[in-house]
Design a protein around this ligand. Structure first.
Ligand code: SAM
Length: 271
């Protein structure tokens, strides 16, 4: 039986209820394209067959696979560059000066996809701030997509991923080659921890960070979800910490956030 508007409408609501991602109601073809492989793997005849199985609510693994298939995991090392320059020139030097007694720093790469953002931050810290080599540094990467988290944990990247944004001097210093792949060195990997986490769920208590990068994910959410997620982030950020969003994203509630603009990029401090 061909898929109907009712099937696509069920899928849109299903995805929103699990990941809060809002999918364009005029683009049913996105489901066809992104779910094609999953249908094949599970031996299903079409979207209608998939919807029938999802309605039974009997297979949590299938539910998760559908949610994951509908995410966009686009990322790269040092993506957009400007936020990393800001971190290097302004945000990290200021934090390091303030944390001289504690000698520890904790960051969150929220919606980290396959981990390039977390490792970029780790490289930046290790390469440019040798004076904190003995500090306790933790970079927590989280994403809703279990496979992305496994990839981030493996720290292994293909040539095409390495070629996007990673300067040669950092590749040589922080990666070893293994056939067609490059692997993050154990020392760099020891700074980064990855876990599957849904941003729309409440954060673990006492999970507090000095800096949060939450880039290129808020635009998949509704205004209400964005607001809720950013309220959670506000609670999880140290009062003198910083939040960096994607270049086209902004916090909805400016009463919670003080924006600061340098010539190329923007970051937010909790009010
Ligand atoms: C476009 S990628 C952005 C990756 C990285 N932050 C960057 O800017 O390069 C968006 C990521 O958000 C994740 N995502 C989408 N909805 C999510 C949710 N509700 N909770 C956690 N992660 C989510 C996706 O799995 C995907 O890996």
């Amino acid at each position: 039986m061909p898929s109907t508007e009712t099937d696509y409408s069920f899928l849109r609501k299903f995805i929103q209820s699990r990941s809060e991602n809002i999918l364009d109601p005029s683009r049913n073809d996105i489901f066809d394209a992104r779910l094609y492989r999953l249908l094949q793997v599970h031996g299903m005849s079409g979207i209608d067959d998939l919807v029938r199985r999802l309605r039974l609510a009997a297979d949590p693994m299938l539910d998760q696979a559908v949610v994951e298939a509908m995410t966009i995991n686009e990322t790269s090392f040092f993506r957009d560059q400007a936020p990393f320059e800001l971190l290097r020139n302004e945000l990290l030097p200021r934090l390091i000066e303030r944390r001289g007694l504690q000698r520890s720093l904790r960051f969150w790469s929220a919606a980290c996809s396959s981990g390039q953002e977390a490792y970029s931050l780790a490289m930046l810290i290790r390469y440019h701030f040798p004076q904190i080599a003995e500090w306790k540094i933790e970079i927590v990467g989280t994403d809703i997509h279990a496979d992305m988290i496994r990839r981030a944990q493996s720290g292994r990247y293909q040539r095409m991923e390495i070629n996007r944004g990673l300067p040669a001097r950092l590749l040589l210093k922080y990666f070893t080659r293994d056939d067609d792949e490059w692997e993050v060195t154990p020392e760099l990997r020891s700074l980064c921890h990855f876990q599957q986490r849904n941003l729309s769920h409440t954060l673990p208590a006492l999970d507090v960070y000095d800096g949060i990068l939450m880039r290129n994910v808020l635009f998949y959410f509704s205004d209400a979800t964005r607001k809720r997620v950013l309220q959670n982030v506000h609670v999880a950020l140290q009062s003198d910490g910083f939040l960096i969003l994607g270049s086209s994203e902004q916090p909805a509630q400016l009463d919670l956030w003080q924006p600061a603009l340098d010539d190329k990029t923007c970051y937010y401090s909790p009010r």
